[in-house]
Each structure stands twice: as structure tokens, then as C-alpha cells.
Design a protein around this ligand. Structure first.
Ligand code: AMP
Ligand code: MG
Length: 330
């Protein structure tokens, strides 16, 4: 199968809708990362997503809908605070897990009773969702375990020959996957950290827990138990306190004839010697989130080893960045 990349236009969206309505899957842009979409009510199409990605069959998918779609067609809103979250953060990088009404097929939720729903703010994605007017289920559009794609080219590099069309909506501005929030209980619970932070949720609804994943627990969000986001090169992670050790690691790598790259914040870059190879994540947390996967995917092309330097804390957006950095480089 030949894979085409097409900029989001009326024509390419029309083509994507046709493919999707005929049981196919397409790559689509969102503000977080690129998604691999199928119609959520079509079991065969949904199975195709798992096949194409090599995704474990116990890891459920997020249903994406347009701004004016009534979420209550898909899920039961059981807690009043959910309306506040919807009003404040939708459309945007927040996914809500609620009791499913069973409209989205069981293959997408892996037989579970809940469904994760999201309204992307990306204009190109909205255009597609509005045109099809059905929930599109989509995981990130990468091969399972590999780094998530933030450009159409990244999707192409992983899925070339496996899907017919990638809608190109430019580089994702968010850069890490949505916050996944379980809102079935009295207190909302973060299952996966993202750009909508715990602090933002507490400010709005007064309370927010973070799901802990202990050995032996029944995993509430299966995705978090897998190795994830791995670039195709060696990786190692140091804290800022271990910077001298990280520098030694860099020198050792050079001596053994490899090409090492540091991956760090702009601030830490200034603590490194001039002339060393750096994948600079940038200054603010938002900028670093937006650059993380792009830098990992750039790194795997030119580095034998990525030496990542962790962030000094896990406040706000840093929590989501560190969650990904640990899984990709730890
Ligand atoms: P991905 O689309 O690859 O970014 O992964 C989606 C994330 O949402 C994974 O971590 C899933 O485990 C999680 N997720 C999707 N549906 C549910 C659900 N019904 N309950 C809990 N977590 C979910
Ligand atoms: Mg993913």
C-alpha cells in the first residue's frame, strides 16, 4: 500500500472521511501528538489500528469528537464537577474516562466498562471530526513502544506502507499526549500526566489525586504499564546533581568512537562545555514538552546514545515531561 501525506484541505478531509467510512485507518494531526484514527463504532476498523501499530490488545483507545458533539451520547456523566472540566478544558489536551454507553465498540475499550473521550483543539483535526460527525478512536500514530510522532513525517517513518493517508496539520504544538483523568469517582484522578496539570485541576474543582501504580495492582490505565516512547538508539538518564557523571559518560562514549548527544533544558545546556552535542529542549516547560519527542526522534537519527538530564522537579507540566523522559530514557 502506498502512503500519501496530504495537507489538511477540504479535498484531503473528504478523502479521509471516505477511507474511514469504508473501514480504513488514517493518520491525523492533533495539538498533542499525531493519532491513528478509525471510526469508533466499526470493530473491524478498530482491530486494524491494533494490527498496524502492534499495540497490545489490552490497551484501550481514546475516542475523539468535535467541539459541538454531545459527549453524553457516548458516556454517562456521573459527577457534577465533570461539567466544570468540560467547560474549562474542552476542546484541549484533556481526556476524561467515564462509564461507557457502549456506542463505541468493545474492541476500542478492550472489553472494559469505561470510555476515554477527548475533544482536540487542533483546527485540522476539528475539520475532520466535524466532517465525519462520528467518534474517531485513535492512539498515537507510531509503532507500539516507539517515540510518539509530532509531525506527519514522523508518522510516515513508522507507518509507511501500512496506511493509505496521513493528514498533515503541521508540527504539534503540545508535544506530549493528553492528560488522562478518571472522573468516575468523587475525586478526579490523573492516570497519565499531561499539559492540563494537577494544579490546574485542583484550582478548578478543588481536588485531584494521582493514580499510583504499584506492583500487583489492577492497572486502571493499561497504557502506563508498557515500555514506551523509546527512540531507536541507546539512552541513559542522569539528574542535574549527577551532571559530572553525565559528562564522564559523554567522554567515555566519544573515546569508544560513538556519537553521544546530551538532551537537556536550555538552562542545563549552559552548564555544559562549548562544542558538545546537545538536543536542546528549550526554556519553559511548555516549550520542552513541545520539543521532547521531536528531539528524541532527531536524536535517534544522529546519536549512538542520548544522555538525558532530568528536570529539577515534577511541578505542573514537568510531571508529564518527566513521566515520558523516564520511560524513553530511564
Ligand atoms: P495513546 O492513545 O497511545 O496515547 O494511549 C491512550 C492512553 O489512554 C493509554 O494510557 C490508555 O491506557 C489510556 N486509556 C484509554 N482508554 C482508557 C480507559 N477506558 N480507562 C483508562 N485508561 C484509558
Ligand atoms: Mg501512544
Amino acid at each position: 500500500m502506498q502512503t500519501f501525506i496530504k495537507k489538511v484541505t477540504d479535498e484531503s478531509v473528504f478523502e479521509a472521511v471516505n477511507i474511514l467510512n469504508n473501514g480504513g485507518v488514517v493518520g491525523m494531526p492533533t495539538e498533542t501528538v499525531y493519532g491513528l484514527a478509525a471510526v469508533g463504532t466499526d470493530s473491524e476498523a478498530v482491530k486494524r489500528i491494533y494490527e498496524v501499530k502492534g499495540r497490545p490488545s489490552d490497551n484501550p483507545l481514546i475516542a475523539h469528537v468535535h467541539k459541538d458533539y454531545d459527549l453524553e451520547k457516548l458516556v454517562f456523566v456521573e459527577q457534577d464537577y465533570v461539567y466544570k472540566l468540560i467547560k474549562e478544558f474542552m476542546p484541549g489536551p484533556l481526556t476524561l474516562v467515564m462509564k461507557s454507553k457502549g456506542v463505541v465498540c468493545k474492541e476500542a475499550v478492550c472489553g472494559g466498562s469505561t470510555l476515554a473521550v477527548r475533544m482536540p483543539s487542533h483546527e485540522g483535526c476539528q475539520k475532520l471530526l466535524r466532517a465525519i460527525d462520528k467518534p474517531l478512536v485513535a492512539p498515537s500514530a507510531n509503532l507500539s513502544k516507539h517515540t510518539s510522532p509530532v509531525t506527519a513525517e514522523h508518522v510516515y517513518n513508522d507507518l509507511n506502507g501500512k496506511i493509505p493517508l496521513i493528514l498533515d496539520g503541521g508540527k504539534c504544538t503540545g508535544g506530549i499526549e493528553s492528560t488522562v483523568l478518571d472522573v468516575t469517582g468523587k475525586v478526579p484522578r490523573i492516570l497519565r500526566a499531561g499539559l492540563v496539570t494537577r494544579e490546574m485541576i485542583i484550582e478548578l474543582v478543588g481536588n485531584c489525586e494521582i493514580a499510583e501504580h504499584k506492583e500487583g495492582d489492577k492497572v486502571k490505565s493499561p497504557g502506563v504499564k508498557y515500555t514506551h516512547y523509546k527512540p531507536n538508539c541507546k539512552t541513559i538518564m542522569f539528574s542535574e546533581e549527577q551532571l559530572d557523571l553525565a559528562k564522564k559518560c559523554y567522554e567515555e562514549s566519544i573515546k569508544s568512537g560513538e556519537t553521544p548527544y546530551f538532551m537537556c533544558s536550555d538552562r542545563v545546556k549552559n552548564l555544559l562545555n562549548d562544542g558538545v552535542n546537545v538536543l536542546n529542549l528549550g526554556k519553559s516547560a511548555e516549550e520542552m514538552a513541545a520539543n521532547l519527542y521531536d528531539k528524541l526522534l532527531e536524536g535517534e537519527k544522529k546519536a549512538d546514545i542520548i544522555i538525558a538530564i532530568s528536570l529539577p522537579d515534577e511541578k505542573g507540566v514537568n510531571m508529564g515531561i518527566m513521566n515520558r523522559m523516564r520511560k524513553s530514557c530511564g
